[in-house]
Design a protein around this ligand. Structure first.
Ligand code: BGC
Length: 396
């Protein structure tokens, strides 16, 4: 029987450092309406310190680590693949095996090789074929015995929304209270790429899925979102429901939940004025995970792996409270779901580059970037490790 996965997640661009061939590396500081406050630079230097990171997880009692492979490293120039970089990720897998950690691989976590973006990125209809060549190249990684679950895309719904924001064909001005509308062309290319990757993942003997940004839609009066009509229903469907339906033939789906989003029949309602906020301005709402699990199970109807759940805070006791409440509520919700939960991977193992800034701290481990990247495990890492020992075979 497969063991329940308890662990943490990371992504390459946010932790490795110096991903020079990736498109995000070239985004100027100050752009994106000030969202890019600093460059990623050396990040957490996990490219060199991965063994220490994996050992920290294992020492805490956890058994799984989700990390991503950086396409820009594997294929820095179109059709030129780097064997040395493939070997690097094989060494990361050796480290996982050595420490008794199961690796959950993400093939694409927001960043693209610069050449790919320059050629139109996900709006280029050649994109699925280009992605397939990259996935073929990393077959030795997928075939490694430390890997069973492969996430093709991290948050394709969020990625397509960000592309939508920049695509003039979307005709929807930016509104901070509305998630941008996912770009239809990007969605269709991401889906085609996902299906091509899924075949390769199956050839390698692994299970395939993608992970969605789970908005955890709720209504103010507690009515099910599925019962909404009008703009509220369309809003929720285009950002979550449609993607959940597209996932039905996958082996599993990744749920990534942080906070809820309130909607009614007229559309999104924004954060309630009396809400408690996290350090990055989201509503503090641990119950979001339970809501996300319920919606995902009802619509996608396939096994679920929690691939991200966490909180930006400088107060580690608050992180523990958030995790405790999220896990308690999720365990209760899981009792009535008709699909299995395969594991819980906290976001994130390390404080890392939060897409424009190092200020929000999501990590179970702090990193002293001013002092040789020394790792400082927080109490929350120990807490999660102990929780995993208390609940070895499931959320409860
Ligand atoms: C992303 C992570 C990010 C986290 C917190 C998720 O949407 O997958 O890369 O750091 O949210 O913002």
């Amino acid at each position: 029987m497969k063991r329940f996965l308890w662990g943490a997640s990371s992504s390459a661009f946010q932790t490795e450092g110096n991903n020079l061939a990736s498109d995000w590396w070239h985004i100027p500081v100050g752009s994106g309406d000030g969202m890019i406050q600093e460059a990623s630079g050396d990040a957490d230097d996990s490219y060199h310190r991965f063994d220490e990171d994996i050992a920290l997880l294992a020492d805490a009692g956890l058994n799984a680590y989700r990390f991503s492979i950086e396409w820009g490293r594997i294929e820095p120039v179109r059709a030129q693949f780097s064997q040395a970089e493939i070997d690097h990720y094989l060494r990361v897998l050796d480290s996982c095996r050595h420490h008794g950690i199961e690796a959950v691989i993400t093939l694409h976590h927001f960043t693209n090789p610069t050449w790919f973006t320059d050629q139109g990125g996900w709006l280029n209809d050649e994109a699925p074929k280009l992605f397939e060549s990259y996935v073929r190249a990393v077959e030795p990684i997928l075939a490694d015995s430390a890997v069973h679950y492969v996430v093709t895309f991290n948050e394709p719904n969020q990625l397509a929304s960000l592309i939508g924001l920049m695509d003039p064909e979307n005709h929807e001005p930016f509104d901070p209270d509305r998630m941008p509308i996912p770009d239809r062309r990007a969605v269709s290319n991401l889906l085609a790429a996902h299906l091509r990757a899924r075949s390769i993942i199956h050839e390698c003997g692994d299970e395939a899925g993608w992970s969605l940004a789970s908005p955890a839609f709720e209504t103010p009066d507690g009515r099910p979102v599925a019962d909404l009509s009008g703009e509220g229903k369309t809003y929720a469907d285009r950002r979550e429901g449609d993607f959940l339906r597209l996932s039905r033939d996958d082996d599993f789906i990744g749920v990534q939940a942080y906070t809820r989003h309130l909607v009614n029949g007229d559309g999104p309602l924004g954060i309630p004025s009396d809400a408690r906020l996290t350090a990055n301005g989201w509503e503090y709402y641990p119950h979001a995970l339970a809501t996300a699990l319920q919606a995902t199970a009802e619509i996608a109807r396939i096994p679920i792996l929690v691939t991200e759940n966490g909180i930006a805070t400088d107060d580690d006791d608050r992180r523990i409270d958030y995790m405790r409440d999220a896990l308690d509520d999720a365990a209760r919700a899981a009792e009535s779901l008709e699909v299995p939960i395969l594991g819980y991977l906290h976001w994130s193992l390390l404080d890392n580059y939060e897409w424009g800034s190092y200020a929000p701290h999501f990590g179970l481990v702090a990193v002293d970037r001013g002092n040789h990247f020394v790792r400082h495990p927080k109490k929350s890492l120990k807490w999660l490790g102990r929780h995993c020992l208390d609940c070895p075979s499931g959320l409860a």
